[in-house]
Design a protein around this ligand. Structure first.
Ligand code: ADP
Ligand code: MG
Length: 300
């Protein structure tokens, strides 16, 4: 926490923009056409979304399938540009075509399936691809590869073949590949969806480390509520819109609203909520079993 405050303050003193990603009134539609090219349907995937994300924050975006999370995320590194509104990444408008590569370097993306993201035959080569492509000098590439692999806890696997690694390990290699580009911001689109619980934990703790120790801004898209608890801020999407935002505690207090959005709340939060409904005097928005135990101990 102190380090983050310090990094934010340092960035402020150095004159960096405090907003790393700024989405203003973003609208994006998918247009479906038949074989003749006639429009047969329009899906408004992102519907006038506003989002300000500060440098160094850990942000979570929640929402059930089809709520527009991935479409929005693709705007954050200029894979898509808005039809209406603007997206500014580190001070650069994503619609500036000649800035696309700067934007992608600043805002790296990690996707759901690690197998589609790893191209190298050897872990360290894979992680070095990005910097090599943008012409980073060889010696610096190796420094970056080493540092990135260490920060996701995969350095000892640097000589391995990625094929033989577990899903969680592969996903951490993908993250290292993004880190080697020295991004200010990393966007992870359901990075744990295909992983077992152990892999999910590995990836989550690696991402938290980066945020805490390196001050990298994290935008985590997930539908696992447990992964959201430690975020600085949560945005909830439904039908292309941001329908809730706040701290995890603020959001998870609204159990009924979340249920109506077809979202779950963390199991402990739900348990506390059920107990409260049955007349036990508990505060709203309990997030961890420790908190629940503490509150119950106070009562009995
Ligand atoms: P999420 O990531 O929250 O599941 P998406 O951004 O993938 O949501 O999808 C939002 C909406 O846009 C959904 O209705 C989905 O069916 C539609 N959609 C997504 N990708 C495409 C595409 N390539 N072509 C047409 N419609 C799409
Ligand atoms: Mg998605």
């Amino acid at each position: 926490m102190y380090l983050k405050t310090y990094l934010n303050y340092r960035n402020f003193l150095m004159g960096y923009k405090m907003d790393i990603v700024k989405a203003k009134n973003v609208l994006y539609e998918y247009i479906r056409r038949d074989d003749e090219g006639e429009v047969i349907g329009i899906t408004t995937a992102v519907d006038h979304v506003n989002m300000d994300i500060k440098q160094g924050d850990f942000i979570a975006i929640l929402g059930h399938n089809g709520s527009g999370k991935s479409t929005l995320a693709k705007h954050f590194n200029a894979i898509l540009v808005p039809e209406e509104g603007t997206v500014i990444v580190d001070g650069v408008d994503t619609s500036e075509e000649d800035k696309v590569w700067d934007i992608r370097q600043n805002a790296g993306m990690v996707f759901q399936n690690p197998d589609n993201q790893i191209i190298g035959q050897v872990v360290e080569e894979d992680v070095g691809f990005g910097p090599e492509n943008i012409g980073v000098p060889t010696e610096e590439i190796w420094e970056r590869v080493e540092k990135s692999l260490k920060s996701v806890g995969m350095y000892e696997y640097r000589k391995n073949s990625p094929n033989k690694l577990s899903g969680g390990q592969k996903q951490r290699i993908s993250i290292a590949g993004v880190l080697a580009m020295k991004p200010k911001c990393i966007i992870l689109d359901e990075p744990t969806a295909m992983l077992d619980p152990k892999g999910r934990k590995e990836v989550l703790s690696a991402v938290h480390e980066l945020n805490k120790k390196e001050g990298v801004t994290v935008i985590l898209i997930t539908h696992y509520m447990e992964e959201v608890i430690d975020a600085d801020k949560v945005f909830v999407m439904d039908a292309g819109k941001v329908v809730m935002q706040g701290t995890p505690r603020q959001v998870f207090t609204l159990v009924d609203d979340l249920k109506s959005l077809r979202l779950d709340v963390p199991q402990v939060t739900l348990l506390a909520w059920e107990l409260k409904k049955r007349g036990i005097n508990l505060p709203d928005g309990i997030l961890t079993s420790q908190e629940l135990v503490d509150e119950l101990t106070k009562l009995y």
